[in-house]
Design a binder for this molecule. Structure first.
Ligand SMILES: [Zn+2]
Ligand SMILES: [Zn+2]
Length: 374
């Protein structure tokens, strides 16, 4: 499905300014917020979409890139297992924009910031979705700095009281009759500064590191199923909590099966003779076995057969879906002379009764054209 244009999603013009973007987002995010729309898949999707749109448009650089290249500028997925579908999009950032201000900007007095959430697309096969699996993934992300345990201050030193605000985190300003308070710019409201930053992480409290994770994929996952690994996202800034890692499942196309929820569909070509005479055919099962399907004489193309409990398991449930086999009669090709002769003989021996549909069709044509019908 084509993705909606970010401006359209937010219902704003292409030259909307930052505060218009913010206003539009806040209104829509409130409307579609999952807490207000429990169990509403559509609202959830809308919420995700507008959040994504806002995340891009509020940032001047990202917005310029988007204006030039469209959605493609931000799509990194589809690189297969180990392909790194990394998105720096930070859910927490957006929430802070949304709710931080609504609640009066009551930020914590600390320079520690939560790490970004990460997004990782994991491609698995339908068989793996059927049985569940364990996959190890490698990703480069910022991890807590081991040298300073994430504080950002060189070992043996401590952050110092911020000289600009005297540790209050806020600076008072006289404006006419009013006394105003502003967050201290030097310490960003933390009230303390790091005098001797950790050399390993330059005072960040985190360093870029390759890490390897084993992810348990439960059976029954579907395209787009999201698995959240709490605390496995980017490490926080100066001792802040880590973000989360979101694994998005993508299921690779299968050469034999199509899947819709717990139901598996399989198209089975059969010969004209089998269709006419009936018989047993081999059908595959997602379990990796061969099963027999009995066809009665006179089976027609497009006929569907439901095989109980041969579909996919449902996520977090003991329910197992069915497999629906649709037969398709294959018209024989590349015939030898002998085969042609047999078919001609067969046709001559056929009666109207053997082909009731054809007979009805021809009768209707004759009726329509006003020809006599016995
Ligand atoms: Zn450090
Ligand atoms: Zn300060």
């Amino acid at each position: 499905m084509a993705k909606l244009d970010y401006y359209t999603l937010l219902g704003i013009g292409r030259n909307a300014n930052v505060s218009e973007i913010k206003r539009a987002f806040r209104r829509l995010a409130m409307e579609y917020h999952p807490d207000r729309n429990p169990n509403d898949k559509e609202a959830e999707q809308r919420f995700k979409d507008v959040t994504e749109a806002y995340d891009v448009l509020k940032n001047q650089e990202k917005r310029a890139t988007y204006d030039r290249f469209g959605h493609e500028a931000f799509e990194h997925g589809g690189q297969g297992r180990g392909g790194f579908g990394f998105s720096a999009s930070s859910f927490s950032d957006v929430f802070e924009d949304l709710f931080g201000e609504v609640m009066g900007g009551g930020r914590q007095r600390s320079s520690a910031q939560r790490g970004d959430d990460l997004k990782y697309q994991l491609d698995i096969s339908l068989e793996e979705a059927f049985s569940g699996t364990e996959v190890s993934i490698n990703l480069t992300t910022s991890d807590t700095c081991g040298a300073c345990s994430g504080s950002g201050a060189e070992l043996g030193t401590k952050p110092e009281v911020c000289p600009s605000c005297g540790g209050r985190g806020k600076i008072r300003l006289q404006q006419g009759f009013f006394m105003m308070e502003r967050t201290c710019a030097s310490c960003r409201g933390a009230g303390q500064t790091i005098g001797d930053p950790c050399k390993n992480c330059n005072g960040q409290g985190r360093v870029q590191q390759e890490k390897s994770l084993v992810v348990k994929i439960p059976k029954g996952v579907e395209e787009g199923t999201r698995i959240r690994l709490t605390g496995e996202g980017e490490a926080g800034y100066q001792g802040g909590p880590s973000g989360d890692l979101y694994i998005f499942i993508a299921i690779k196309p299968h050469p034999l099966f199509q899947r819709e929820g717990p139901t598996i569909y399989c198209k089975a070509p059969i010969s004209v003779a089998t269709a006419a005479l009936g018989g047993e055919i081999d059908v595959p099962s997602i379990e990796g076995k061969r099963s027999k399907l009995k066809l009665s004489a006179g089976t027609q193309t497009g006929q569907k057969f439901r095989m109980r409990k041969m579909g996919m398991p449902r996520l977090n449930s003991s329910h197992v879906g069915d497999m629906v086999v649709e037969v398709e009669i294959e018209t024989p090709v590349a015939l030898t002379r002998a085969q042609k002769d047999l078919l001609k003989k067969f046709d001559q021996a056929s009666s109207e009764k053997s082909n009731p549909k054809t007979t009805t069709f021809l009768t209707r044509i004759r009726k329509m054209l006003g020809e006599t019908v016995e």
